[in-house]
Ligand binder design. Structure first.
Ligand SMILES: Cc1cc2nc3c(=O)[nH]c(=O)nc-3n(C[C@H](O)[C@H](O)[C@H](O)COP(=O)(O)O)c2cc1C
Length: 198
């Protein structure tokens, strides 16, 4: 398997009424074995925190989700049967981190272990270098809030695309951190499982 996987372009023209997506959004904890297709993954990741305006010179890019001081510190990792991948939003591609199947560690609840796919929201604290985010407390608060926006984008995309999803805080973060080979300045905030409805 290649180290860098270019995702198909996201289908930004797909339509679904926003008010309906808000109405039917919900947490689901049952799914079928059907894998999430590359196109669905592309759409989902772009909806989560994809680039809406590319950077120009020193002006940073913009994403579908806001972030404190536009730090863009939340990185989305994808946990699949085929391994662990990092979403590189600037090029809309996946970078393979490992070929290990660590899906069982996405959450600690038994029912989560059968999910076909997991997302892990990781705060890269080295990106939070605004003077407004000097204290540990400010960085922690903002990383959690910024994760919430991304997670809700995923909820809304899933609602609009007939996918099931659940965001999880019941996670053994130390274990997952080890399994994902993360560094000290990379902190797991939440995880989220996604799959076709069972
Ligand atoms: C920060 C956060 C953490 C959550 N952690 C878990 C979890 O670990 N396990 C779980 O089954 N659901 C978890 N949930 C889902 C909530 O239980 C769910 O959102 C709530 O029951 C309301 O249901 P709804 O999302 O269908 O409206 C979490 C939700 C949030 C916002």
């Amino acid at each position: 398997m290649k180290h860098v996987i270019k995702l198909p372009d996201p289908q930004k023209e797909l339509g679904f009424p926003l008010m309906k997506a808000l109405e039917i959004r919900q947490t689901t904890r049952k799914w079928s074995d059907a894998p999430v297709s590359e196109q669905e993954l592309s759409n989902l990741l772009w909806a989560a925190c994809g680039i809406t305006k590319h950077k120009v010179g020193q002006v940073k890019s913009k994403r579908t989700a806001p972030s404190a001081c536009n730090s863009q510190e939340i990185r989305v990792y994808i946990i699949l049967k085929e391994g662990v991948f990092l979403y590189e939003e600037e090029n809309h591609e996946l970078i393979r981190i490992s070929t290990d199947d660590i899906r069982e560690s996405i959450g600690t609840q038994k029912m989560m272990k059968s999910a076909p796919m997991g997302l892990v929201y990781v705060a890269d604290l080295s990106r939070m270098n605004s003077p407004f985010l000097r204290s540990d407390e400010a960085r922690r608060f903002c990383a959690w809030v910024d994760t919430g926006y991304i997670s809700q984008n995923v909820y809304l995309y899933c609602a609009a695309s007939n996918l099931g999803t659940a965001v999880l805080s019941l996670v053994d973060r130390d274990k997952l951190h080890r399994l994902m080979h993360l560094k000290e300045h990379e902190k797991i905030v939440l995880t989220q499982v996604v799959g076709h409805l069972g």
